[in-house]
Ligand binder design. Structure first.
Ligand code: PLP
Length: 448
């Protein structure tokens, strides 16, 4: 066991890890990143098809980001935005975000992460309705199997049952409706019909709770951590109609989908959604530094600005100048290289063509993709789409086989998912797909 592994085992608790297994086996040590690859302590080169945690959109070698950080460190390494103070990186980034996000999102509240964004939206929507004299309008409706972060509010807004089970979540005032997961929950129902039905559950829930009690609906345009659940085309228009009809706020969590992943700057554009609030993080700095941003619509901003009292909310690192400088460099780099257009017109269609062919594999019940996020469903029986018995842990087996073959794919139960860096080349896509076939073959061989 290396020194890093020893120190880690003795002292470091890890996010989303089984501490028993961690203590028994030690952690994998990553020492270097280059392009779309990471290297472990043993010198293994691993193709990172998850872009870290859906964030390293520009890969591990984006020099302009590093230079922007160095420059900002030399000028103003820290200052905050509390008590009516600002600095140029935050102000400039706020203006840039207002320019590139959908039309009515012209205001920004900076945070340090996606979870903090979701804590911020919960407090913002409740404050908004209170400012309008409707303090009882508190409830936020979310969805089962959504992921909105790990803080108390983030995990409550999320719909992950195992997270709720640890620590008495959700906190009061958050309720969940079923998700638009056709493969998992809609077999036998026409896909567009299913999308409509799942969206209409929002309307039912609003009526059940009383519209006078409902503040907002929150959702990821495509559920990421839940297993890259791509909603049917009928879903979002119906959700938008319902939010508009009842005047409840629509919060779109674009922490994963934002910054080009779906082939537009934001998935709200992909799905023609008009959100009142939008959460951004991860790709905003290509993961190089922690930063989140809540985009706030003019409708909300106007109410908050008319209310002559303090909004008692904020984080020490809200608008950290170095993180903001790196975010600006990230956006500039994406614009300079026409990265979003390249994703939309070139690399995403190329990846889609190769990825969807994985549906032919005997272990795969469905392959799906939108932009640069994709999933395959592992099944025991291709004809009936029956899953493996849970004890077989097919997804975990496949994930471990991937790592030993030099590929990072993530397993969500028996759903294998990828979200590679947006800068991946066609040759690298070929390599990813070839490795995926090989790993599926090996997994299949071990399961049968
Ligand atoms: N929202 C979504 C959609 C996410 O996928 C994540 C993280 O994966 C978060 C929020 C939480 O972000 P963070 O881990 O930066 O707190």
């Amino acid at each position: 066991m290396s020194l890093s592994q020893q120190q880690d085992r003795q002292h470091c608790f890890h996010p989303f890890s089984n501490y028993h297994q961690l203590n028994r086996d030690g952690a994998r040590v990553i020492v270097k990143g280059e392009g779309i690859y990471v290297y472990d302590e043993q010198g293994n080169k691993i193709l990172d098809a998850m872009a870290g945690l859906w964030c390293v959109n520009l890969g591990y070698s984006a020099k302009p980001l590093i230079e922007a950080a160095q420059k900002q460190f030399n000028t103003l390494p820290y200052y905050n935005l509390f008590f009516q103070t600002t600095h140029s990186p935050a102000a400039k980034l706020a203006a840039k975000l207002a320019e590139i996000t959908p039309a009515k999102l012209n205001h920004v509240f900076f945070t340090g992460s996606g979870s903090e964004c979701n804590d911020t939206v919960l407090r913002t929507v409740r404050h908004y309705w209170a400012c309008l004299g409707q303090p009882q309008k508190q409830i936020v409706i979310s969805r089962d199997n959504a992921y909105h972060g790990s803080t108390m509010a983030g995990a409550s807004l999320g719909g992950m049952k195992p997270m709720h089970a640890q620590g008495g979540l959700p906190i009061p005032g958050i309720v969940h409706i079923p998700q638009p997961y056709h493969f998992g929950e809609g077999q036998g129902v026409d896909v567009e019909m299913f999308g409509q039905q799942r969206a209409q559950l929002l309307e039912q829930k609003i009526l059940e709770l009383g519209v006078e009690n409902v503040a907002a609906f929150i959702a990821e345009p495509i559920q990421g951590a839940g297993g890259v659940i791509i909603p049917p085309d009928s879903y979002w228009p119906e959700i938008q109609r319902i939010c508009d009809h009842y005047g409840i706020l629509l919060i779109v969590d674009e922490v994963i989908c934002g910054f080009g992943r779906t082939g537009e700057w934001f998935a709200s554009q992909t799905y023609a959604i008009t959100p009142d609030l939008m959460c951004l993080a991860k790709g905003i700095t290509s993961g190089y530094l922690p930063l989140g941003a809540v985009m706030v619509s003019d409708r909300i901003a106007q109410v908050l600005q008319e209310h002559d009292d303090e909004f008692t909310h904020g984080f020490t690192y809200s608008g950290h100048p170095v993180a903001c400088a790196v975010a600006l460099a990230t956006i500039e780099e994406m614009e300079k290289n026409h990265l979003v257009e390249k994703v939309r017109n070139d690399i995403a269609p190329y990846l889609a063509q190769k990825w969807l062919a994985l549906a032919e594999h005997p272990l795969v019940g469905e392959a799906r993709i939108k932009g640069m996020m994709a999933a395959i469903e592992l099944v025991e029986n291709k004809a009936t789409l029956k899953r493996y018995n849970k004890t077989k842990a097919a997804g975990t087996l496949c994930r471990n086989i991937c790592v030993s073959n030099g590929l990072i794919m993530r397993a969500v139960g028996d759903t294998m998912i990828i979200a590679p860096p947006l800068i991946i080349s066609k040759a690298e896509v070929d390599e990813l797909i070839q490795l995926a076939w090989q790993c599926l073959d090996q997994t299949y061989a071990q399961l049968t």
